[in-house]
Design a protein around this ligand. Structure first.
Ligand code: PMP
Ligand code: GLN
Length: 455
């Protein structure tokens, strides 16, 4: 381990007096000889930063230090969130901006959704819908969500007490985990996993258990899923269509998951934000399988459905008892959000089915176009039947790991992509995987393809 930061984390349970402290570290003096020496620095413990502040050795140091129970620590941040101080999406979008690169990283389209929805939002503002909406969301939107769930997913929800409007799917996921987990409970999720599941599980004081999805088709072993269940398992989080892989879970896979949930009395939280971005197969909601309606919370959002990622209108649908539990957490996160946007999305859900079909057709072509360019650049491109994303195995092109490759990509060819390794606990499994986003204008994708040729 290299000490590069000016604070050291002692571990959540360490009790350290505020006074000066001798910090004893073993320093590997020379890599060649392997000799070790012991050095002592005087350090001060900062209670407010919850870390040891220590003087950096003269001239700085980059010697390898063996610290048995210590690791670098982000000041002030509690121990649960130490690993979540910044998202890969923010990091890579900043890199795109700083380098003037084409951003095929963070998942947002560069074209807005339907004009009719935009005009509805402007009208809602002009009509005075600018104060707090009701805690559950406006009735027009809840009715539109329920009708949409029936029409597309065959799910029956009563808009009165089975639909909750949230600040994006992100808040719905956070509220589920915060409302339903006790400290120490376990949450099962498939790996690679969307980063918010890990962070929200940590915020809830719960622990994640992962089940591997393995390329090329991102299948899982039913026995591995079964073995992931313990006495402490509370929830299973399922994301289909799946970010980052683009996998769309098949009916038989959903049946395996449903059986496990029912056999072990688990609640399922399904993240279906890409439900309309399916190109070669069909999206199925886990809640539509026999026995699952009463134990599933189905989450979706207008962000990807209508290309309004900045509006943050999402929803959770479930039985009245589950919804009122989730609302208990949600009401103290944002309480409510986006009153005028709620009117606009209600109109969109009621009137824009044609747009959804057309958008998927356009995205299918863009996916195929980008895949062609990635193959021409020498990557192994994995099949992606849904979402905005294509995954490549980069090992035919470079020995670098995905993160190093993505950091260097702007300098090499003016593109930004996401290292899928960050979505893994098992970093080796994701070491060679990179995610590319294709929801960009045709001209931008054409330009990206030209840049790929110079890689
Ligand atoms: N879940 C997944 C799998 C996502 O990719 C995203 C990003 N759209 C979200 C949730 C967050 O959705 P929202 O922007 O509605 O909060
Ligand atoms: N869901 C988007 C993605 O996967 C990112 C959203 C965000 O930045 N939180 O790229």
């Amino acid at each position: 381990m290299f000490l590069r930061h000016s604070s050291i984390y002692l571990g959540a349970d360490s009790t350290v007096p505020e006074a000066c402290h001798a910090l004893r570290v073993i320093v590997a003096g020379s890599r060649a000889s392997g000799a070790t020496t012991e050095r002592v620095w005087t350090a001060r413990y900062s209670r407010v930063q919850r870390s040891l502040l220590y003087p950096v050795a003269p001239g700085g140091f980059s010697e390898s230090v063996a610290c048995s129970d210590m690791s670098t620590r982000v000041p002030y941040l509690n121990s649960r969130l130490q690993n979540y101080s910044g998202t890969i999406f923010a990091e890579m979008s900043a890199l795109a901006l700083a380098t003037g690169s084409i951003n095929l990283g963070q998942g947002f389209p560069d074209v807005d959704g339907p004009e009719v929805i935009k005009s509805a939002a402007i009208r809602a503002i002009e009509n005075g819908h600018n104060q707090y909406p009701p805690g559950n969301g406006i009735v027009e939107l809840r009715a539109a969500i329920a009708a949409h769930q029936k029409r597309f997913n065959g799910l029956d929800f009563d808009p009165h007490d089975e639909v909750l409007v949230t600040a994006g799917a992100t808040e719905a996921i956070a509220a589920c985990l915060l409302a339903l987990c006790e400290f120490g409970d376990e949450v099962i999720m498939f790996e690679p996993f969307y980063d918010a599941y890990a962070a929200c599980t940590a915020m809830a004081g719960a622990n994640r258990r992962v089940v591997a999805l393995r390329p090329p088709h991102w299948t899982f072993e039913p026995a591995e899923l079964e073995n992931a269940v313990s006495e402490r398992t509370r929830l299973l989080v399922l994301n289909t269509p799946h970010n980052p892989t683009g996998k769309v879970f098949s009916l038989s896979e959903l049946q395996v998951i449903a059986d496990v949930c029912q056999r072990h009395d688990l609640i399922a939280v399904t993240d279906e934000v890409y439900e309309h971005l399916v190109y070669d197969s069909e999206h199925r909601s886990l809640a539509s399988l026999p026995g699952m309606a009463e134990r599933t919370i189905t989450i979706s959002s207008a962000a990807k459905t209508f290309s309004f990622t900045g509006w943050k209108i999402g929803w959770a649908c479930a039985s009245p008892a589950l919804i009122s539990a989730v609302r208990a957490a949600k009401q103290f996160l944002t309480y409510v959000n986006g009153a005028p946007f709620q009117y606009a999305i209600a109109q969109g859900l009621n009137e824009c089915d044609d747009y959804l079909i057309e958008a998927a057709n356009v995205l299918r072509e863009k996916r195929d176009l980008l895949a062609t360019g990635l193959v021409a650049a020498g990557f192994n491109v994995l099949a992606s039947p849904g979402t905005f994303f294509l995954t490549t195995d980069i090992s035919a092109v470079t020995d670098d790991d995905a993160y190093t490759f993505c950091r260097a990509l702007p300098g090499r060819c003016g593109l930004v992509a996401i290292p899928s390794s960050v979505f893994y606990d098992d970093r080796d499994a994701g070491r060679h995987l990179v995610r590319w986003m294709f929801s960009k204008r045709r001209g931008v994708l054409d330009d990206a393809l030209v840049r790929l040729q110079s890689l």
